[in-house]
Ligand binder design. Structure first.
Ligand SMILES: Nc1ncnc2c1ncn2[C@@H]1O[C@H](COP(=O)(O)OP(=O)(O)O)[C@@H](O)[C@H]1O
Ligand SMILES: Cc1ncc(COP(=O)(O)OP(=O)(O)O)c(N)n1
Length: 267
């Protein structure tokens, strides 16, 4: 069984963060493990509070993984402070795992900040260059590049600019775009475009976490980057199509819909 690690924040309401990552990885048939970087008291409507795990404890969790089970792919999500970023980067540099997918989580869907705005320079210099794939949404790509992104050509230009900052591939996600849900991948040589019709739903809590974890799982299972993204996009589209009407705000996506449909679950 392939092994995939998520290094991220815990979303107690289960739709995003570590919880969405583990559900996604499990739906892909890989063995999911987690390093918890922050505990977030949040739900479908708001973020109430954030408590970061100490850098020492982050490092110890990573040591526990790499002295024992190891990984075939890693997904990195919410890193709220420069201290968390440095601890994670130090251990990724020490253990040099394959297939690192980094989602530069800055805000929740409801607009609440999940990354201290003073961390962006540390993120760009210390974390970003470790990524085999960086997966910013449009506001995150704007923050990283300082560009305004309004068109597909802007998304391409942003992907190129981010690639020049040192990561090996970039996926600019178009969930915040007006019109179709179009994502642009620059794999270091070629652009690839992944477009689906926009699904009219407010229940999109955790879409970015779900997509990046699906891509990490597909890479662990041996896919090329473009194929891993193509399959990840199909998976997140399925999960949004069958999203759950839970909570008072943006409900969570449905990570196991396909498994249930195919009768793999016995109730
Ligand atoms: N309403 C939607 N309909 C179809 N696909 C969507 C919708 N919203 C987001 N997506 C897709 O979900 C994935 C995550 O994108 P996005 O929502 O931009 O990320 P984030 O959760 O980081 O803000 C992308 O593949 C995007 O195209
Ligand atoms: C703990 C935690 N991590 C990440 C997010 C943001 O996840 P994302 O997939 O970008 O989805 P939205 O929250 O933006 O819908 C989070 N909320 N909590």
């Amino acid at each position: 069984m392939k092994r995939v690690l998520t290094i991220a924040g815990s979303d107690c309401s289960g739709g995003a963060g570590i919880q969405a990552d583990i559900k996604t990885m499990s739906a892909h048939g890989v063995f999911a493990m987690s390093v918890i970087v922050s505990v977030v008291a949040e739900n479908t409507s708001r973020v109430i509070d954030i408590q970061d795990v100490t850098p020492d404890m982050i490092e110890k969790q990573m040591d526990a993984i790499y002295e024992d089970i190891g990984t075939d792919a890693v997904k990195v999500g919410m890193l709220s402070t420069p201290q968390c970023m440095r601890a994670v980067a130090k251990k990724l540099t020490e253990y040099r795992p394959e297939n690192i997918v980094i989602d530069p989580v800055m805000y929740a869907k409801n607009g609440c900040p999940l990354m201290d705005p003073r961390s962006i320079d540390t993120f760009k210099s210390v974390v970003l260059p470790l990524a085999d794939l960086l997966t910013p949404n449009i506001p995150e790509a704007e923050e990283i590049t300082g560009m305004k992104i309004e068109t597909i050509d802007d998304m391409k230009a942003a992907a190129l600019k981010i690639h020049e900052m040192g990561c090996r591939a970039v996926l600019v996600k178009g969930g915040h775009y007006i019109g179709d849900a179009s994502d642009v991948l620059f794999d270091g040589e070629t652009f690839h475009f992944f477009t689906t019709k926009r699904i009219h739903t407010k229940n999109t809590h955790g879409t970015g976490c779900t997509l990046s974890s699906a891509i990490a799982s597909n890479l662990a299972n041996g896919c090329t980057m473009a194929e891993a993204v193509r399959r990840g996009k199909n998976y997140v589209t399925m999960a949004i199509e069958h999203a759950l009407e839970l909570g008072k705000g943006c409900g969570p996506t449905n990570h196991f819909y396909d498994l249930y449909q195919n009768g793999l679950k016995t109730l």
